[in-house]
Design a protein around this ligand. Structure first.
Ligand code: ATP
Length: 425
């Protein structure tokens, strides 16, 4: 029975069967060493020429990254990891072609485009694999948190008729005789679920944004971790968000020591304070740093860099001006809203809000934003027959991974990024 290479150490002085990719083969006169890699690690297989002449000669010229299966004795040795496998039997399962379009073990730094072009090879590198093992821990921890707290997982449609925010960031889809769009957010649907009485819902799903510009923090398809709760306000869901992020980071610290080590990243800190700074205070902080910014203006990349760049922590920006937040955000007073963003330094990780629940306010807001309430009838109707007060938020999974691992380009935390110029692989 095949075991994972990472488990060989538990089978000393026993016969083991392992399978994987031969990432390096060193041939001496009477012995050869094969470095075999699978998802759990690498181990050295040793083959003596004596008694294995034919296999020895076959392996001498075998290309790197060939897939093979080995049976042999696991023994303590001088190898770097302290043990190796003495090969008794070896099957070549699939030969790799040469040359490799991208090295897997070579220490040559390839540029990101070449790496993405050959992503299947790039992903074989332990440090890249580690990013996605950690991302899996994050999304599982968050999902488990929601399930434990009694949230209902939903799957809202990704082909939609109306823009969530009436923005231009939409990908049109030909839907038979009509035009439709790829969903930029489950926002309207998760709110409808509050009217439907589901009380607490979450969804982990792709969101599509036709953003024209290439930036290190935007992709055109990202994974959105969304939640919505009834009978709560903005402060309540900020509390939940804080707990969710701490839970995710704790889970990575508990389950991914090896991956953090491979990536050279220290243990994720979980004692952040999650300060709540109002938008107006943030504007003052920008002014104190010499930036000419008026209350009511959007916080540009430059502002967020200048004020947030030095803040190596999570913090909320709360009470945004109504004019800067979408129509579904609940007003706080004439000027400000109950919308918030969660930032880490200069990077936005989450935006959320207490939402409008009154149908009159909703229709007025739509009109004020220049949107036609008729186009949103399916959504507005859900407000007319008993909509509870509600609030929620959305975390970008790739951005949260960036923060946890201190990675500056979102393409690194996306398996197969979609950006302005890339739709393959
Ligand atoms: P930004 O201001 O950074 O463009 P946004 O205000 O458009 O983000 P929201 O629409 O509020 O973002 O989406 C909620 C979360 O989804 C963001 O906080 C972010 O984590 C993530 N997100 C939004 N757009 C993108 C994108 N193009 N690529 C990756 N993640 C994104």
């Amino acid at each position: 029975m095949r075991i994972l290479i990472g488990k060989v150490k538990d089978h000393m002085d026993s016969e083991v069967e392992i399978s994987g990719w031969a990432q390096n083969i060193r041939v001496m006169s009477s012995v050869l060493f094969i470095e075999l890699r699978d998802v759990s690690g690498t181990v050295q297989g040793v083959l003596l020429r004596k008694g294995n002449e034919e296999l020895f000669n076959d392996l001498k010229t075998i290309p790197r990254e060939t897939v093979m299966s080995i049976k042999g004795l696991a023994v303590k040795s001088q190898a770097k990891i302290g043990y190796e496998v003495q090969i008794n039997h070896l099957d070549i399962l699939n030969k790799a072609e040469t040359p490799l379009p991208l090295g897997v073990v070579d220490r040559i730094d390839s540029d990101i485009e070449t790496r993405l072009e050959n992503r299947f090879l790039d992903l074989r590198r332990p440090e890249i694999l580690s990013i996605f093992k950690i991302q899996s821990t994050i999304s599982n921890a968050i999902r488990n948190y929601f399930v434990q707290k009694g949230f209902i997982e939903i799957h809202s449609p990704k082909i939609v008729a109306a823009a969530t925010e009436g923005g231009t960031e939409l990908f049109p889809v030909k839907y038979f005789e009509r035009n439709a769009y790829l969903s930029q957010s489950p926002q309207l649907y998760k709110e409808i679920m509050m009217s439907a009485g589901f009380d607490k819902v979450f969804e982990v799903a792709p969101a599509f944004r036709a953003e024209e510009h290439n930036t290190p923090r935007h992709i055109n398809e990202f994974t959105s971790l969304d939640m919505e709760m009834s009978f709560v306000d903005d402060n309540d869901v900020m509390d939940v968000l804080e707990e969710v992020i701490k839970t995710a980071f704790r889970s990575v610290a508990d389950s991914n020591q090896r991956e953090l080590e491979i990536l050279g990243v220290s243990n994720p800190t979980i004692d952040y304070k999650f300060r709540r700074i109002t938008y107006s205070e943030y504007v003052k902080m920008a002014n104190e740093k010499g930036i000419d910014l008026k209350d009511g203006e959007d916080l540009s990349t430059l502002v967020l860099k200048t004020v947030g760049g030095g803040m190596n922590e999570f913090y909320f920006i709360t009470r945004w001006p109504r004019a800067l937040k979408p129509f579904y955000v609940q007003p706080h007073d004439e000027q400000y809203s109950r919308g918030f963003d969660l930032q880490f330094g200069e990077l936005e990780i989450t935006s959320g809000a207490q939402r409008v629940h009154s149908p009159e306010v909703l229709v007025n807001n739509l009109k004020a934003k220049g949107l036609n309430p008729e186009s949103f009838a399916f959504y507005v109707n859900a407000f007319r027959y008993g909509m509870p007060p509600h609030a929620g938020w959305a975390i970008g999974l790739e951005r949260l991974t960036m923060v946890l691992l201190n990675i500056s380009n979102i393409r690194e935390t996306t398996l197969f990024p979609r950006d302005r110029t890339r739709v393959t692989p």
